[in-house]
Design a protein around this ligand. Structure first.
Ligand code: ADP
Ligand code: ZN
Ligand code: ZN
Length: 678
């Protein structure tokens, strides 16, 4: 008598099919077993979720069982169930997306061959407890706290305060205590954090550590996944996708730079890996440590409410002081100055001393728009509601939303005027301008100053980022111009001046999280300066602003994150914004903006039929801030509730209406729970 199993498979998005399907099997398979099953005309990977009771008509048998791969644990499955439910996605979709892509393509026989080559026994941990760095009093306390208290913990300390050393020793303690224990170490972006990875592999040996990130090839990802799943890898270093990795003996989860926006997925299930890490810790009984110098306000609020434990690392190691923050009032500068004379002099002085400067500008390209002064032509993108950016380097107009690129026209396409010119300033133009301003400045050996730029454009080719960073480390660059990309993670030993060229935009942005991001970016960028204790006396962070008295800059000058957070939280509370309320965004895409909004209006009206709708505020549908991208019109609708539970319950019930009301004019719709940008 065959048994009936309920199996998670990835059904097409928005299909009416549920994602737990029933199949027959000759024998009982334990939950978590990987199988291959027929679905339509294909054979797909599935995960056994349990027993099913009623056979649907025409039930099919399981095609094969992936022997040799131990079943996924109950804790892993609970984590997947939680994520699917919380982020309003199909269980099968989330479960299957969490597995390495290659697992889906290999037949049972191919996998068996792969497994034969895979090392599955746990290597002897060659970690020698005697080579530990002697920790300072705060670090010792922190490691003890993490070791004895389940958390979640916030490890709060500026760049250079010794957080990484705490991570390393907390992992060492956990490993010493648990012969099979495993740790998950999460980082925002792998190529921006090479130092962290190196320190883990140096300390514990490369054979103990696997990494997981989207830049790996499918075979590499499968290999890492199997090593973690079998327990052979004791440490998993991963970007956000690693939060779903199968780590059966998970005891410790570290989330470095927990405030970083890249922990939030921007498509598919749109999950927050930081939030899921906390939930996963709870489910698995693993200790969770979130590390940051500028925690997200959600995390800080959890600390203030006593839900998370705060651990402080108040000082920089080796007496490396934090940089002196200097606010430059741009109202007092000669008109049209891009770089104030005082700042320029400070940069020139550093060049002459053989020290480096970092100039931050969060806008790539040469100029954000090209305009004709005779008529009102501007370099719009024909496919998006956005301007195309002027890139001087290859004389192109490029849309940063859809990628549409064209050579710069010789004359105005509208009136034929030859005098079309760039408006505004991006990193390319800043780089050019700085090189002109410093043309007479000499380095200590009398040679000419070298200005370089690092941003998404300069680092597009494979290996370019590494090459350019190596040039900075090798002091082949005197002045580095860059976007936020360079402000993160790197340990630049010779930078003694960091300057924010034009940070004011974030002070008055319509995005209520913009100040939070700016503060953390500037703190992090400031942390780049003065990491070399010998030079730190002189290290400075300059901020050019028309609002130098703004409380954000005052808090920055005092290196006072708690003051900044208190002020922001007060504003958020007064306005009823997160973390004092909970939000979800419904997005709809269509060829026609009106159709997208009509659809949202219809689902809004359907909300009145859903129990509990009275606890939810639903704002009317509006166009997305960039309404059209690649000829697709986008609309969105914001939901807010003081209660996370009420919002969750409402969304689960309401979701059926989003399915039902969708017609052909809607290309896709999605719910973004806890959206980061609105
Ligand atoms: P963070 O991760 O907070 O930026 P790190 O752990 O990288 O800080 O520490 C900053 C620097 O100080 C590193 O070079 C590290 O090797 C060193 N360091 C950390 N802890 C100690 C210690 N207890 N004694 C000596 N040096 C330390
Ligand atoms: Zn014109
Ligand atoms: Zn475009």
């Amino acid at each position: 008598m065959p048994v009936l199993l309920s199996i998670a498979v990835s059904t097409p998005a928005h299909s009416t099919l549920g994602s737990l399907l029933s199949y027959e099997s000759e024998r009982v398979l334990s939950p978590g077993t990987l199988v291959r099953v027929p679905l339509g005309r294909r054979e797909v990977l599935g995960v056994v979720w349990g027993l099913a009771d009623e056979p649907p008509p025409g039930v099919k048998p399981v095609s094969s069982v992936l022997e040799g791969v131990p079943p996924l644990t109950a804790a892993w499955r609970s984590g997947i169930e939680f994520a699917a439910q919380y982020y309003q996605r199909g269980l099968g979709e989330v479960a299957l997306a969490a597995l390495p892509p290659q697992l889906k393509d290999l037949s049972a026989e191919q996998l068996a061959r792969r497994l034969k080559r895979q090392r599955t026994e746990t290597p002897e941990c060659n970690f020698d407890a005697t080579n530990l760095v002697a920790t300072n009093a705060e670090q010792t306390l922190a490691i003890g706290q993490i070791d004895t208290h389940p958390g979640p913990h916030l490890l709060f300390g500026v760049t250079g305060s010794g957080k990484t050393e705490v991570y390393l020793q907390a992992v060492a303690r956990m490993l010493a205590r648990n012969p099979q224990g495993q740790a998950l170490v999460m980082v925002p972006e792998i190529n921006l954090t090479p130092q962290l990875i190196n320190r883990f592999t140096e300390r514990f040996g490369a054979e103990q550590v696997v990494s997981m990130h989207s830049g790996m090839t499918p075979p590499q990802r499968l290999q890492s996944w199997l090593a973690a799943h079998s327990g052979a890898a004791r440490m998993v270093l991963a970007t956000r996708l690693g939060v779903f990795a199968s780590i059966p003996h998970l005891k410790l989860i570290l989330v470095d730079e927990e405030h970083d926006p890249s922990y939030k997925a921007q498509d598919g299930a749109r999950y927050s890996a930081r939030d899921l890490a906390v939930m996963r810790g709870k489910i698995e009984g693993a200790t969770v440590v979130l590390g940051s110098a500028t925690p997200s306000l959600e995390t800080w609020n959890a600390v203030l409410q006593g839900r998370y434990q705060r651990i402080d690392l108040p000082e920089r190691i080796g007496a490396g002081a934090l940089p002196t923050v200097r606010r430059l009032d741009m109202n007092q500068q000669p008109p049209k100055s891009v770089i104030a004379p005082l700042l320029l002099a400070a940069i020139a002085e550093r060049v002459a001393r053989g020290e480096q400067s970092l100039l931050l500008l969060n806008r790539r390209g040469y100029a954000p728009v090209l305009a004709c002064h005779a008529c009102d032509w501007k370099s719009d993108c024909p496919h998006c509601s956005a301007y195309r950016v002027f890139h001087k380097i290859d004389r192109s107009l490029r849309c940063h939303h859809c990628g549409h690129a064209e050579p710069v026209p010789r004359a105005c396409p509208q009136c034929g005027n030859l005098d079309i010119s760039p408006v505004g300033r991006g990193t390319e133009k800043l780089e050019e301008h700085v090189a002109e301003l410093l043309a007479q400045t000499k380095r200590p050996d009398g040679s000419a100053v070298r200005v370089a730029r690092i941003d998404a454009d300069s680092t597009r080719a494979a290996g370019e980022l590494e090459r350019q960073l190596a040039m900075v480390h090798g002091q082949e660059v005197d002045v580095l111009v860059g976007t936020q990309m360079v402000a993160k993670g790197h340990d630049f030993r010779h930078i003694t001046l960091v300057a924010a060229i034009n940070p004011d935009g974030a002070l008055f942005s319509s995005d209520f999280r913009a100040p939070e991001r700016l503060f953390s970016l500037l703190m992090q960028a400031g942390g780049r300066a003065g990491r070399n204790a010998l030079m730190s006396e002189k290290s400075e962070m300059w901020v050019q602003s028309f609002y130098p008295q703004h409380p954000l800059f005052a808090a920055l000058k005092a290196h006072d994150y708690p003051a900044f957070a208190a002020q922001q939280l007060k504003e958020r509370q007064a306005a009823g914004m997160p973390p004092y309320s909970h939000q979800a965004l419904v997005r709809a895409d269509s060829r026609n903006q009106q159709a997208a909004q009509d659809y949202l209006q219809a689902v809004l009206e359907a909300a009145l039929l859903v129990p509990g709708h009275e606890y939810i505020t639903i704002y009317p549908p509006v166009p997305h801030p960039v309404a059209r991208v690649a000829n697709v019109e986008r609309a969105q609708m914001l939901l807010e509730s003081p209660s996370r539970k009420a919002l969750q319950r409402f969304l689960s019930d309401w979701r059926a209406h989003l399915h039902a009301l969708r017609d052909k004019s809607i290309l896709r719709w999605a719910i973004d729970v806890d959206p980061l940008s609105i």
